[in-house]
Design a protein around this ligand. Structure first.
Ligand SMILES: Nc1ncnc2c1ncn2[C@@H]1O[C@H](COP(=O)(O)OP(=O)(O)OP(=O)(O)O)[C@@H](O)[C@H]1O
Ligand SMILES: [Mg+2]
Length: 252
């Protein structure tokens, strides 16, 4: 079953000069998959993710998440749809500094009619799973980057979303935390069977995915699958990025 279907998605930014950031992108994501999106800087990765997460509105084509086109919903239904179906993790964590870690994680659920007991049960499960129970009463400025990203992951998965979206989730982390956070994404995918779509420019980070979709100039370019050999997959990622061109640091 497909959790996500993207059909001929188009996004034109209108301005003095109109710019087509997405030029008819199509692909599907199956339930339980862990998919990476890669491509040169400016190829439309963030625009694509923002259209899927409904942060941005496409100007053409369509998409369905669990059979629903979120862009066809009323504002009220859309807000509820986002809270139920989607989880989001960003490069800069996006935690609310005035709240404790616990309050940050519970935030998406406080808007729905979830009982306190249910909230606490889920909080316990998710924080034990991610190894962050000791952080709950801290403030956001008292935790490290790696810890902050785990908190953001907890917040993104506590309501068991159909689709977890992540835009450069390791972009602000040191090497050790990158590995830890990617191992967590892998566990979330394998153990909780959460479907993940992640944008990254880092081949090492991408090598944790099962499948990688490359986009160039706002179009689907090609895709590769992990198969058995992680090393071979990593080399294929490097080769494809080199072929696509782009910034030097995209392929380091
Ligand atoms: N709000 C906007 N208005 C006009 N143009 C935009 C806007 N947002 C993005 N663009 C343009 O759309 C193109 C795609 O941008 P996008 O942020 O999706 O790229 P990206 O693949 O995420 O790049 P990076 O790897 O650098 O994060 C770029 O050329 C960018 O300049
Ligand atoms: Mg981007």
């Amino acid at each position: 079953m497909n959790v996500l279907e993207v059909k001929q998605l188009e996004k034109i930014y209108f301005g003095k000069v109109n710019y087509a950031a997405l030029n008819g992108v199509s692909f599907d994501v199956e339930q339980g998959d862990f998919v990476g999106i890669m491509g040169p800087s400016g190829s439309g990765k963030t625009t694509l993710l923002n259209c899927i997460s409904t942060i941005d509105v496409p100007t053409g084509g369509s998409l369905e998440i669990e059979g629903t086109n979120p862009h066809g919903l009323s504002d009220r239904d859309l807000a509820k749809f986002r809270r139920n179906e989607l989880g989001m993790v960003f490069q800069d964590f996006n935690l609310v500094d005035t709240l404790t870690i616990k309050e940050n994680i519970l935030l998406p659920m406080t808007l729905d009619e979830v009982s306190i007991e249910e909230m606490n049960n889920r909080l316990r499960t998710v924080t034990e799973f991610l190894g962050i129970t000791q952080l709950l009463d801290k403030r956001t400025f008292e935790v490290s980057g790696g810890q902050a990203q785990r908190v953001a992951i907890a917040r993104a998965i506590i309501h068991q979303p159909s689709l977890l979206l992540a835009d450069e989730p390791t972009g602000n982390l040191d090497t050790k935390s990158v590995k830890d956070v990617m191992n967590l994404f892998t566990s979330v995918n394998k153990d909780l069977q959460t479907t993940i779509l992640m944008v990254t420019h880092d081949p090492y980070v991408a090598s944790f995915c099962n499948r990688i979709i490359f986009i160039k100039d706002g179009k689907f370019h090609n895709e590769i699958h992990r198969g058995e050999q992680k090393g071979e997959f990593y080399q294929k990622i490097i080769d494809t990025l080199a072929f696509l061109g782009g910034r030097r640091d995209d392929i380091q």
